[in-house]
Design a protein around this ligand. Structure first.
Ligand code: PMP
Length: 391
């Protein structure tokens, strides 16, 4: 039989990928060792060596999240899969969730919760503003939510949310506390147990410089009790926290079961990334480094006439810096000039900040004064060029 669709010609050309400075809001660059680890031979998803790597990663994530939760593992999927896994397991039809929306991540949580038929209440803030415990308490009084969502780092604005006291508020109302730590894990203090967080998830492609597509997540014993008491089945197979926990060896005296074929290559990258993170001094040194480098970076930009979107230095996320687009400048021209002429990635706004800000990520191995100075120089040059073109 003749094929309906012929062989595509595009594959006659070899694969070509250029090296870029990945200083947008993520992914960040890989360290050479991470890159090399990902060219190691593939292993099966139940091979002894793979299972050992999974166990190592679990220990690494418990350290990174500062949690003793045995139910700590990875979801095969991007950061969004972490959010979906959290919501899908904790919410049943009609359950009330309170979402704080300070940018796009609250919007995404709202959309996913609606898809799960939850009763969704949203505490909206202007992009760049934090949610206060007082505002949250008022909403808890009104809505008595069963689940509460907060993004620790709102990457669409560059805002760092305070996490203190929200855990106690949740306990008071028998509510479960979900925190998005995608851009903050490793750059700002997160103590899952001390902060009484019930589900935290992160991204690997930000501060850890690891490959995307494999997402660390942790569930507290309270969260597991809630899942066990569900009246209905978790609606997703792929994101079922109990089935995933069985595969990731989270239950004592429970055999591992095959759930899906985890990508061993991504596991190598993540394991090597955690090893490097620890070698570079671990959490305290990374927290200190990110805040010092981004603070220098902000000062450098301000001394060159640019304005940081988040006024209050204490509310600035140490991994993603947002900069106001100067008047009469087309941000697309700036971003494409930087990429075309320097292979430097500068992100534009996202969701509510589209057209209003540039976002620059200084994450993990890119959190150095050297990288910060280079990207600042490129940003300033690109803005000048955009000014000239518009004249
Ligand atoms: N949450 C935050 C705060 C993020 O910055 C991102 C990615 N930009 C995500 C969630 C989603 O991650 P992913 O793109 O890997 O799905």
């Amino acid at each position: 039989m003749v094929l309906d669709i012929p062989k595509p010609d595009v594959f006659n050309a070899p694969l070509k990928v250029v090296e870029k400075m990945m200083t947008g809001a993520g992914p960040s660059n890989y360290h050479d060792r991470i890159r090399k680890s990902m060219s190691l031979p593939v292993l099966g998803h139940l091979h002894t060596e793979t299972l050992k790597i999974m166990d190592d990663i679990k220990e690494g994530i418990q350290y990174l999240f500062q949690t003793e939760n045995p139910h700590t593992f990875c979801v095969s999927g991007p950061g969004h899969a972490g959010l979906e896994c959290a919501l899908t397991n904790l919410l049943e039809n009609g359950d009330t969730i309170l979402i704080t929306c300070c940018g796009i991540w609250g919007q995404r949580a709202e959309l996913m919760s609606k898809k799960l038929n939850a009763d969704v209440k949203v505490l909206y803030k202007h992009p760049g503003e934090q949610v206060s415990i007082k505002e949250a308490r008022n909403c808890f009084r009104m809505y008595h939510p069963k689940v509460f969502f907060l993004a620790h780092g709102e990457s669409s604005t560059g805002m760092l949310q305070n996490l203190l006291e929200f855990g106690d508020l949740c306990r008071e109302y028998d509510c479960l506390f979900i925190v998005d730590c995608v851009i903050t894990l490793g750059c700002a203090p997160i103590y899952v147990d001390k902060f009484k967080i019930d589900v935290a998830y992160s991204g690997t492609q930000k501060v850890l410089n690891a490959p995307p597509g494999i997402t660390p997540i942790t569930f507290s014993p309270r969260a597991l009790d809630r899942i066990a008491a569900r009246k209905t089945l978790v609606t997703s197979y792929n994101y079922d926290a109990i089935l995933l926990g069985e595969y990731w060896n989270c239950f004592a005296n429970h055999p591992r079961i095959y759930h899906h074929t985890v990508c061993s290559t991504l596991l190598y990258g993540l394991r090597e990334a955690i090893a490097l993170f620890l070698e570079r001094g671990g959490l305290e040194s990374s927290w200190e480094n990110h805040s010092r480098v981004t603070s220098n970076f902000c000062n450098l930009l301000v001394s060159n006439g640019l304005e940081i979107f988040i006024d209050d230095e204490m509310l600035r996320c140490p991994s993603v810096v947002s900069i106001k687009v100067p008047d009469n400048i087309d941000p697309h021209k700036v971003i494409s000039y930087a990429m075309k002429n320097h292979y430097v990635e500068i992100s534009g706004g996202l969701g509510p900040t589209v057209g209003k800000i540039f976002r620059i990520g200084l994450m993990g191995i890119n959190a150095t004064n050297e990288v910060a100075e280079k990207v600042a120089k490129v940003l300033i040059e690109s803005i000048k060029e955009a000014e000239l073109v518009s004249k």
